[in-house]
Design a protein around this ligand. Structure first.
Ligand code: HEM
Length: 515
């Protein structure tokens, strides 16, 4: 100050300081003045909460027709921005991906994932990065033979079940759900849990209901008491039940390890327990520069297992069921896919893994189904800081829902967007779903994209190829193809509203079904 007083009058210094302050305030007010993206006008305090029923992939696609690819809604104190066009998806998932890479979590999700100890709901940061690295290397790696073997074994069992019921209606929805559930159970625990399976499925169902339950505290925190004790009690019971169940499995694995039994036959719990064992005292620094190995607690392991159960079961089952439904609805495409199998494999042997890469049309069918029915229709992200997208302000903590369903049907990106037409992908298979073509993002894109993509696709392709190669399929009770219900229901996933029922008949020689 004395230094300044040598050169300037006090009044000049005051004037300069006031000018700088005014400039800063002016810049801040400019920033505040940037509008939120366009959206329907809300009411005081509750905002757009009366539009709750429109917060589905279809409802938000409808709003996008009026308000554009970036639409703002306010639910109580919560900002929501729906992203509905490929251009806007590129902005948030690529151009500014770090700012948009957090995950939103409601009260139930936070509690049931042991305070976000998992990968899917952890916020973006060093702990999530370490967790993801472990999972990608150890669990989702294509070379992880055990997981792939479990796919092959379980698909084979499914073929046998269908063959046993040949000539009668088969509920394909139920069948493929139990197929994918067994694949993930095998990958996670090394067995399909014949004993405690019912109990575990009950726990998963209760988790699923609680994850999606409406809780006013998520929107207006000071009204949290409204939901009351009953909801909290259900959450406590669900988490206790999972604790008891998985603790027992972890203890069994611990005993197996101590006895050094069956060391070659490892499952997901074994792989994760390596990181429990590598725990080092004082190894708690997870700052960005830290190269230390992440300590996994039992809670991390439990939460990661739930990620795999939720991430890998319903998604894969939903894709297989939708593929079969789209083919049943479009007999020429069903014929083409089966003709390709006849040309590549023939009818005198069973399809096997080495045939997979020659099935070009089948892969187009898978892509076209993922375009029309992405199993996770809304990709749930959250902003980690205040951001600006195409001149609109998006505050920190905004829930950003990328509508993969609307984007797959965007009329400016796709010809005849609502029609099932696998041949559109015959042109070199483009666009691709690996995340750089933003008109097609069934697995997401960027940092939070699906780490289970390869495992999921492998399970889908193997299952569909076997079901189409081994059997001919008809709709039951003389139902016409045009009468097949193609509605979906909205949740974290978007499965068929009515499960697909179809009648299989043998396509191959009977002796080939016993292999
Ligand atoms: C065809 C099947 C599948 C589809 C279409 C699919 C789709 C997706 C999508 C859209 C996301 C969110 C991406 C984003 O937010 O930007 C996701 C995340 C995730 N998926 Fe998948 N998925 C499939 C199979 C699987 C499988 C088999 C597993 C595990 C065994 C799995 C585990 C996960 C996990 C853990 C995440 C969270 C990743 C993170 O937040 O870092 N998925 N998946």
């Amino acid at each position: 100050m004395e230094f300044l007083l040598q050169y300037f009058q006090p009044s000049t210094i005051l004037f300069l300081l006031l000018t700088v302050l005014a400039f800063i305030l002016f810049m801040l007010s400019l920033r505040r003045k940037l509008p939120y993206p366009p959206g329907p006008r809300g009411l005081p305090i509750i905002g757009n909460m009366l539009m709750m029923d429109q917060l589905t992939h279809r409802g938000l696609a409808q709003l996008a027709k009026t308000y554009g690819g970036l639409c703002h809604l306010q639910m109580g104190s919560l900002h929501i921005v729906a992203v509905s066009t490929p251009q806007m998806a590129r902005e948030v998932l690529q151009a500014q991906d770090i700012a948009f890479s957090n995950r939103p979590a409601n009260v139930a999700i936070t509690y049931l994932t042991y305070d976000r100890s998992d990968m899917a709901f952890a916020n973006y940061g060093p702990v999530w990065r370490q967790m993801r690295k472990i999972c990608v290397i150890k669990l989702f790696n294509r070379k992880r033979a055990e997981s792939w073997a479990s796919v092959r074994d379980e698909v084979e069992k499914t073929v046998r079940t269908v063959a046993f019921n040949a000539g009668s209606p088969v509920n394909l929805g139920k069948l493929v759900f139990s197929l994918t559930r067994n694949i993930t159970l095998m990958a996670a625990f090394g067995s399909t849990l014949n004993e405690g399976q019912g109990e575990f499925m009950g726990i998963l169902q209760e988790f699923s209901k609680l994850f999606g339950a409406f809780n006013i505290a998520d929107f207006i925190p000071w009204l949290g008491w409204v939901h009351g004790r009953e909801f909290n009690q259900r959450m406590t019971n669900a988490r206790k039940a999972l604790d008891v169940f998985i603790d027992k499995i972890i203890d069994e694995h611990m005993i197996k390890r101590n006895k050094k039994e069956d060391e070659l036959n490892t499952d997901m719990v074994d792989e994760l327990m390596d990181f429990l064992k590598e725990e080092k005292v004082g190894d708690t620094d997870h700052s960005d520069n830290s190269r230390s190995i992440l300590k996994l607690t039992k809670d991390n392991i439990k939460a990661l297992i739930m990620d795999v159960m939720f991430g890998g079961t319903e998604t894969v089952a939903s894709v297989i069921e939708w593929i079969m439904a789209e083919l049943m609805k479009s007999p020429p495409d069903l014929l083409k896919a089966q003709q390709e199998l006849k040309d590549v494999v023939g009818l005198d042997r069973r399809f096997n893994e080495s045939d997979l890469n020659k099935l070009t049309y089948l892969k187009c069918v898978v892509k076209e189904t993922l375009r029309l029915h992405p199993p996770i229709p809304l990709l749930l992200h959250e902003t980690a800081k205040d951001t600006v997208v195409t001149g609109y302000s998006i505050p920190k903590g905004t829930r950003v829902w990328v509508n993969a369903w609307a984007i797959g049907r965007d009329k400016s990106a796709w010809d005849d967007a609502d029609t099932f037409n696998p041949s559109r992908f015959l042109n070199n298979g483009m666009p691709d779903f690996k995340g750089s073509d933003f008109e097609f993002i069934p697995f997401g894109s960027g940092r939070r994209s699906c780490p289970g993509m390869q495992l999921g696709l492998y399970a889908v392709e193997m299952s569909v190829a076997q079901l189409l190669h081994c059997f001919n399929w008809e709709l039951p009770n003389g139902m016409k193809h045009s009468e097949l219900d193609m509605n979906d229901v909205f949740g974290l996933t978007a499965p068929r509203a009515v499960q697909l029922v179809a009648v299989p008949t043998y396509r191959l020689n009977c002796s080939l079904y016993d292999s």
